[in-house]
Design a protein around this ligand. Structure first.
Ligand code: SAH
Length: 426
């Protein structure tokens, strides 16, 4: 979501006539986008911000902007006091206030003209210029904010309440991204499977996937992240039925223990989650499933942790994003539940799951050895082209010709837990 927010602002700035500087040193404008989902992310953001200060001291004309969850949607007076040398403070996911605040700061001939250009940019499908060259795979936010209030999570208070974006705007933006060269769109939302539930008219994610599938030059669609409780049979069936929707579903478990799940206020039990995974696998052949896990939530005993471990060992999911619990100011868990799993123990549990997943994913990937898979190429790393399979596995291929944006059949020649190697087939 932050990558999407950053790109959106960058494109808006480019269409206003600014050009990207090769590095922070020497830039006229620096915008730092921030994440605070865990303390480590917040620390990194503050560290980076402090490292910009000497640049500001050396060049008083430098404009420094700070955006994202460090600020939150309601502004942040304390931060403004603490960092008086930052010029612009901006909320997540909305480029408008930022662009308006630039007025009169950027050296330009005519304030009136700037205002009009900002209006134009904001009119053009949420700040995206139509002719910009886009990446092969582009993120497209469809649900902003979140209203679920998991007890550990700071996002709802930082990104505001859940708002589905207007379907017409999304379709328009999708067409413009594809016209600019995108081949894959990744639809984003904190609970993306709730798309449309807050809108009139019963237009939900399956309908949006069907309508987006009609865009001729679009090859692939993905969506993340789903909450188990809104992963309807209808949505699962549309993943199975629509050829452009990739067989890959991100549906976080967070913890495998029912008591912990209750304390997290996730709204499902271990057995309900297992049942959902079984249903997805039954309806979508060859599907890959990703999950998020938090270890060391308050009160997580060794037995509770084993429930998570065993669930992952049984389910053999294709991806697990692992995190150690980090108390976030203002959340229910930070206020009421003592952070009682010691850091070394959190680390031990994290490593245990990491080792488990390495085995699981290693053997799932090994099944691809010698097979032909369709790979959409997204870029080049050194001499090798980098692409993804329908199930989102990373593949590297050595080839002389330009493969960017092409979907080609690749024969897999080597597999490891985190990537595959292959050669163009035929
Ligand atoms: N809205 C999505 C993703 C949220 S952020 C969802 O509900 O899944 C991505 C992940 O960060 C979460 O899934 C969770 O695993 C992790 N996370 C959120 N708050 C956290 C916290 N306080 N400590 C550790 N990990 C956290």
């Amino acid at each position: 979501m932050n990558v999407a927010d950053s790109n959106r602002l960058a494109r808006a700035l480019e269409s206003l006539g600014l050009t990207a500087a090769p590095e922070a040193e020497g830039a006229d404008l620096i915008v730092l986008n921030t994440c605070v989902v865990r303390q480590s992310a917040e620390d990194r953001a503050l560290g980076r911000l402090n490292s910009l200060r000497p640049l500001k001291l050396a060049n008083p004309n430098l404009i420094i902007g700070l955006m994202g969850c460090l600020i939150g949607i309601h502004g942040n007076r304390a931060l403004e006091k603490r960092f008086p040398w930052v010029d612009i403070f901006a909320a997540p996911s909305d480029p408008e206030p930022f662009l308006r605040a630039l007025e009169g700061r950027i050296q330009h001939a005519d304030a009136e003209a700037w205002r009009e250009r900002v209006d134009d940019v904001l009119d053009s499908a949420f700040g995206l210029p139509p002719l910009e060259a886009h990446a092969v795979s582009e993120n497209l936010p469809i649900v902003l904010g979140c209203s679920h209030a998991c007890t550990y999570c700071v996002i709802p208070s930082k990104r505001g309440k859940e708002r589905s974006r207007d379907p017409e705007k999304i379709l328009q933006e999708a067409r413009s991204l594809v016209a600019g060269g995108a081949k894959e769109l990744v639809l984003l939302g904190q609970i993306v499977d709730r798309f449309g539930l807050d809108l009139e008219g019963g237009y939900h994610l399956p309908q949006l996937l069907a309508d987006l599938s009609e865009i001729p030059d679009l090859l692939r669609l993905r969506f993340l992240t789903s909450h188990p409780n809104w992963m309807t049979p209808e949505l699962i069936d549309s993943v199975a039925a629509l050829p452009k929707v990739m067989p890959h579903i991100e549906v976080p478990l967070q913890a495998g223990d029912d008591e912990i799940l209750k304390m997290m206020r996730r709204g499902y039990t271990n057995s309900q989650y297992r049942e959902l995974i079984a249903q997805i696998r039954e309806r979508v052949p060859g599907v890959s499933i990703g999950t998020d896990i938090i270890v060391g939530f308050p009160g997580e005993s060794e037995v509770a942790f084993q429930n998570t471990y065993e669930t992952l060992a049984d389910l053999k999911l294709d991806v697990a994003h692992l995190a150690r619990y980090s108390p976030r100011p203002g959340t229910y868990s930070a206020r009421y539940l003592p952070d009682d799993v010691p850091p070394e123990e959190k680390m031990r549990r994290f490593r245990a799951l990491e080792d488990l997943q390495k085995e699981v994913v290693g053997s799932l990937n090994a099944a691809f050895l010698g097979q032909n898979v369709p790979v959409l190429f997204e870029g080049k790393s050194k001499k090798r082209w980098r692409g993804r399979t329908p199930t989102n596995r990373l593949v590297f291929v050595e080839a002389e010709q330009n493969l960017l944006g092409q979907e080609r059949s690749v024969r897999v020649t080597w597999t490891g837990p985190w990537s595959l190697l292959g050669e163009l087939a035929g």
